[in-house]
Design a protein around this ligand. Structure first.
Ligand SMILES: [Zn+2]
Length: 88
């Protein structure tokens, strides 16, 4: 499992292995503790994680917004759960 997180410094979306404690931001170089930042979504593999990171970036850019609302985060989790079920 991987967790989608966001750098608290430059707000770049990224993902980490679920058991990883620290993440080094590839963009600004800040190291942050994974448990201290919001977990956007848990996904099964890194290909999915990369895909979702790109979608989130694109979505916020298109909407000219800085972050997802709690409702949108819920939606994201729900949509992902449905998608995983369909895949099986
Ligand atoms: Zn950063």
């Amino acid at each position: 499992m991987y967790v989608i997180v966001r750098c608290p410094g430059c707000r770049t979306f990224s993902y980490v292995d679920r058991y990883q404690r620290w993440k080094l931001c590839p963009v600004c170089g800040q190291a942050y503790e994974v448990s201290r930042v919001p977990a956007y979504l848990e996904v099964e593999d890194h290909v999915e994680a990369e895909h979702i990171v790109r979608q989130l970036d694109k979505y916020l850019h298109t909407m000219k917004r800085k972050d997802l609302t709690p409702e949108e985060m819920e939606d994201l989790r729900r949509q992902y759960a449905m998608w995983v079920r369909k895949k099986i």
